[in-house]
Design a protein around this ligand. Structure first.
Ligand code: FPP
Length: 232
């Protein structure tokens, strides 16, 4: 069983178009798939689930779509957090939450505080997240630590560098799932994905069901993970 599953939720727009619906209908249906996926992760005993909900590049979508996506996030935070907390979910955010409206930032911070003691599922939502920006921020923090005499540059190794990343407290993802048939990482967890198994599913995100989650786990179990070592 993978300890950490990360998901690139893709295909909301295509799902809506195929039905002659506005894109926002796809995002709304996508939010339902988020609920199903959290339940599936809990029932399979997955301890870490990371969802790519909003990329740093998503700000370039039309103002109307950005408003729809941020509105959905606001709605989700106001209506779901109590239930998540009751189910033992610990919520964390990576990315740039500071780019969202003040009330969303406040709700995110409150949700992180409220759920900080939970241990059943560590749910991380990537919001305005970009892996290159995360790595640059980590490099800047490491350089600042070195300049302040708190870090010897000669001592900087992969493990220490990882502590400057937003994901310092999490294990690397064992499995990264992307829906909608696209086969790329799109600036998601580039450092952390070094040895992740990648599973690409043809299902559009709003159709993602518990059976798709199980299928991705089954595919993961068929893979032989070697971390660069020779087969034994
Ligand atoms: C990709 O579909 C999905 C997104 C850009 C955002 C993901 C958002 C959700 C699943 C809903 C809200 C989430 C939360 C946590 C409340 P796309 O629009 O890129 O689809 P397309 O490639 O078919 O156009």
């Amino acid at each position: 069983m993978p300890a950490h599953v990360a998901v690139i939720m893709d295909g909301n727009g295509r799902w809506a178009r195929a039905r002659g619906l506005p894109r926002v209908a796809g995002h709304r249906a996508g939010a339902e798939a988020v609920r199903r996926t959290i339940r599936a992760a809990i029932s399979h005993g997955v301890r870490w689930l990371t969802l790519y909900a909003f990329s740093a590049e998503n700000w370039r979508r039309s103002p109307a779509e950005v408003l729809d996506l941020t509105g959905l996030l606001r709605h989700y935070l106001k209506n779901e957090i109590a239930a998540l907390a009751a189910e033992g979910v610990r919520l964390s955010v990576i990315g740039e939450p500071g780019r969202f409206a003040a009330d969303i930032q406040a709700d995110l911070a409150a949700a992180e505080r409220l759920t900080a003691g939970n241990e059943r599922l560590n749910l991380t939502i990537a919001l305005s997240y970009g892996a290159r920006a995360e790595i640059v921020a980590a490099a800047r923090a490491a350089a600042a630590a070195a300049a302040a005499g708190r870090l010897d540059p000669q001592q900087l190794d992969e493990e220490r560098f990882g502590r400057f990343l937003a994901t310092a407290a999490m294990p690397d993802p064992d499995l990264i799932v992307r829906t909608s048939g696209e086969q790329r990482l799109s600036n998601f967890l580039l450092w952390q994905a070094a040895y992740s198994e990648l599973v690409f599913l043809d299902v559009l995100w709003p159709d993602f069901a518990e059976t798709d989650f199980s299928a991705a786990l089954a595919e993961y179990r068929r893979r032989e993970r070697r971390f660069g070592a020779r087969p034994g």
